[in-house]
Design a protein around this ligand. Structure first.
Ligand code: ARG
Length: 593
C-alpha cells in the first residue's frame, strides 16, 4: 500500500504539472503549523526563481487546480507562497479502510529479502548481568523484531564473552579453594564428573572475589592469566571446568533474558571461533594486509578522508595471543561462511564506536566480507542515575540487572495498588503482581527506547512508571482502555468483524486517523535507520490522538448504529496497531491494569 504522504504528494505534483510547472515541486510534507493545516507544500517557493514568478502566484495557480480534488478538502495559497492543505474526510476514511484490510496494515514487502544478523546482548559468561547490558539487550531485541517484521530473514546472536580472563579467574579461585578437584590432577585421564563443582550462587560469588583479588595481588593475576592460557591451549581438566562454567552460567543468563522478553536465535560466543583464528591470521599475512609493528601483528585501517586518528587494527598481541578484535573478525568470517548475511548490525555501548570502525574497515580491507555486505554499529549511550552519572546502586556499586528489575516491579505494583485505591476497585493480589511485571517491563523498555539509542538518558523510575506522559504505562493504559471498550461492545451484542470504519465525523477523529495512517512510513524508517525510537514517537502521538478523540466522543451510547460501529472499527484498528508496535519494541499489554 502506498504511503499516505506519497498519495498526497502525487496529487499535488499532478496539479503543479497541470499548471505548467515541474511536477517535482509538488512534494508535500506534514504541516509544521498543525493549528493551521494538516499538510503543506513549499514547492512554489522553490519554483519562484526558475519561473521568474512570485511564489504566491505559483501557489495560487496550483491551489486553483486542486479545487474539487478527491484528496483535498481545502488548499490555500498563503504569503509568501506556501500551500496549506487539509485532506477530505473521505480520503482519510478510505485510506484507513484499506489499511485495516491490508496485510501488515499496508506495509509493503521488501523488494529483496535480506539476510540480517543482529549481534546484541553481549553478556559475559561467569559474570552477572549488570545494567550496562540492559540497553544493548533492549535495543537489539527491538531492532531484530523490526527487521523481521519489515520482511527480512533475521538471526539474533548474543555473541557471549566466554573465552577471556574471567574464565581463568574463576578457575584460579576454584583451584585455591578445592585443589583436590580432579580437574586439577594432570595425571587424571578418566571421564570428568557430569555435575559442576559449584552452583550458580557460588559462581556468582567466585568471580567477583577472584576479580577483586587479582586487582590487589599481582601473583594472583599472573596465575589467572596462566590459567586462561592453559584453558585456551586446550588443557583437558580446564576445558572440562570451562564447560561446567558455561552450562551453569548460560542457564542463568537465559533466565535473565527470558524475564526481559529477549530471545536469541544463536547462543554463540567468542570461544566458537577460536579454531578459525590461525587460518584467518595466516591469510591476512599472506595477502599482505597484516604486518608486524612493535612485535604485534596489525592491519592499517586509516583512510585519507579521516578527520580523527584511526589507529591500526591489532590482530595479535606481541606475545602472539589473540584479542577481542581477533575474535570479532573471525566471527565475521564464520558468519559469512555459514549464513552469507547481507547485513550485520551490532548493538553495543557507544564507547566501542572507534573499535567497530576499525573492525569494519579491517574486515572490508582484508575481504572477509563482500563489497555489498553492510556492517552497521549502533552505539548506545549510557543509562545514568538522577545525578547524571552512570547508574549505580545506592552503595555506589554496579547494579545487577535482576535487582534493578525487581525495584521496578515493586514500584509498579505500588502504583497499580494506588491507582485501584483512588478509582475504588478491588484488585486480586496475584493478578496485580503479574500485571506489575508486564507493565514494569514496558516502563523500562519504553523509557529506554523512546530515546535515540546514541543519547545518554536518565533512568527516572518515577517518571518511567507514571501512567501519564510519554511512558510505557501510558501506552499500555491506552491499549487497555481500548480493549475494555471493545469488550463492552461485544457484550452489548456488537460484532467486531462486521464493523466498518466510516469517514471521520470530527476533527479529533480525523486527527487520529491521520496519525494511524503513518504506519507503513514509520516502520520503514524505523527499519532503515535501525531506530526503535521512531515507533515510540508514532505510538505516543496515536495514544494522545486517541485519548483526545475518546474524551470528546460518546462511543458506546451512540444510537446511530453505523456511527457506533464505525468508531468501534477505528478503535479496533488503533488497538491492533498499538499492539503490533509494542511487540516490535519488545513488550506486551495486560488485559487490565
Ligand atoms: N562482551 C562484550 C562486553 O561485555 C560485548 C560484546 C559485543 N559484541 C561484539 N560482537 N563485540 O563488553
Amino acid at each position: 500500500m502506498k504511503k499516505i504522504l506519497d498519495l498526497i504528494s502525487e496529487e499535488t505534483e499532478r496539479a503543479f504539472a497541470a499548471a505548467g510547472y515541474d511536477a517535482e515541486l509538488g512534494k508535500v510534507t506534514l504541516s509544521n503549523r498543525p493549528d493551521l493545516c494538516e499538510y503543506q507544500c513549499n514547492g512554489a517557493m522553490a519554483g519562484a526563481k526558475r519561473y521568474h514568478k512570485a511564489p504566491l502566484a505559483i501557489a495560487q495557480d496550483v491551489a486553483a487546480r486542486l479545487e474539487g480534488s478527491a484528496v483535498f478538502a481545502e488548499v490555500s495559497a498563503v504569503a509568501p507562497g506556501f500551500l496549506n492543505m487539509k485532506v477530505r474526510e473521505s480520503f482519510a476514511g478510505s485510506y484507513l479502510r484499506q489499511m485495516r484490510t491490508s496485510d501488515r496494515f499496508g506495509l509493503e514487502a521488501p523488494e529483496r529479502v535480506k539476510k540480517i544478523i543482529v549481534d546484541y546482548g553481549g553478556a559475559n559468561v561467569a559474570k552477572p548481568l549488570h545494567v550496562g547490558h540492559l540497553r544493548p539487550a533492549i535495543i537489539g531485541e527491538s531492532i531484530k523484531r523490526i527487521c523481521r517484521y519489515a520482511g527480512h530473514d533475521v538471526i539474533g546472536d548474543i555473541h557471549m564473552g566466554d573465552w577471556g580472563l574471567q574464565m581463568g579467574l574463576v578457575i584460579t579461585e576454584l583451584r585455591k579453594r578445592q585443589p583436590e578437584l580432579v580437574y586439577f590432577d594432570a595425571a587424571y585421564t578418566g571421564e570428568y564428573p557430569a555435575e559442576a563443582p559449584f552452583t550458580i550462587a557460588e559462581l556468582e560469588e567466585i568471580y567477583p572475589t577472584a576479580s577483586a583479588k587479582s586487582k590487589e595481588d599481582a601473583d594472583y593475576k599472573a596465575e589467572a592469566m596462566e590459567a586462561t592460557h592453559r584453558l585456551q591451549s586446550g588443557e583437558r581438566g580446564y576445558r572440562a571446568l570451562w564447560q561446567h562454567i558455561m552450562r551453569v552460567s548460560v542457564e542463568d543468563l537465559r533466565k535473565n533474558y527470558d524475564s526481559l522478553d529477549v530471545a536469541f536465535d544463536l547462543w554463540k560466543g567468542e570461544s566458537d571461533v577460536q579454531d578459525l583464528i590461525p587460518g584467518m591470521v595466516d591469510k591476512m599475512k599472506k595477502d599482505g594486509y597484516a604486518y608486524e609493528s612493535d612485535g604485534a601483528l596489525v592491519v592499517d585501517v586509516k583512510e585519507e578522508t579521516d578527520t580523527k586518528e584511526v589507529p591500526p587494527c591489532m590482530i595479535l598481541k606481541s606475545d602472539g595471543a589473540s584479542l577481542y578484535n581477533t575474535t570479532d573478525l573471525a566471527t565475521i568470517m564464520d558468519r559469512m561462511e555459514k549464513y552469507r548475511p547481507d547485513k550485520m548490525i551490532y548493538v553495543t555501548d557507544k564507547r566501542q564506536d572507534l573499535y567497530f570502525e576499525q573492525i569494519f574497515r579491517c574486515a572490508r580491507k582484508t575481504k572477509l566480507v563482500n563489497e555489498e555486505t553492510e556492517l552497521v554499529h549502533i552505539g548506545n549511550g549510557t543509562m545514568n542515575g538522577k545525578d547524571g552519572r552512570p547508574f549505580k546502586t545506592r552503595e555506589g556499586g554496579v547494579m545487577r540487572l535482576e535487582h534493578l528489575m525487581r525495584e521496578i516491579d515493586e514500584e509498579m505494583l505500588r502504583k497499580i495498588r494506588e491507582n485501584a485505591g483512588t478509582k475504588g476497585y478491588e484488585i486480586d493480589e496475584a493478578e496485580a503482581e503479574k500485571t506489575a511485571k508486564v507493565v514494569g517491563l514496558a516502563a523500562v523498555k519504553y523509557g529506554d527506547l523512546s530515546n535515540q539509542a546514541s543519547k545518554d538518558y536518565i533512568f527516572d523510575i518515577d517518571r518511567f512508571t507514571s501512567f501519564e506522559g510519554d511512558t510505557g504505562p501510558y501506552i499500555l493504559y491506552t491499549i487497555v482502555r481500548i480493549k475494555s471498550i471493545l469488550h463492552k461492545y461485544a457484550e452489548q451484542g456488537g460484532n467486531l468483524t462486521d464493523a466498518v470504519i466510516q469517514d471521520a465525523l470530527s476533527d479529533s477523529e480525523k486527527s487520529l486517523m491521520l496519525e494511524l495512517a503513518k504506519f507503513n512510513a514509520t516502520i520503514e524508517t524505523a527499519y532503515e535507520e535501525a531506530a526503535p525510537h521512531r515507533i515510540c514517537a508514532y505510538i505516543y502521538d496515536i495514544a494522545n490522538a486517541f485519548n483526545h478523540f475518546y474524551h470528546e466522543t460518546k462511543i458506546l451510547t451512540e444510537t446511530d448504529e453505523e456511527k457506533r460501529a464505525g468508531w468501534i472499527a477505528l478503535l479496533k484498528l488503533t488497538g491492533d496497531v498499538l499492539e503490533v508496535c509494542i511487540d516490535l519494541l519488545g513488550f506486551s499489554a495486560p488485559d487490565r491494569m
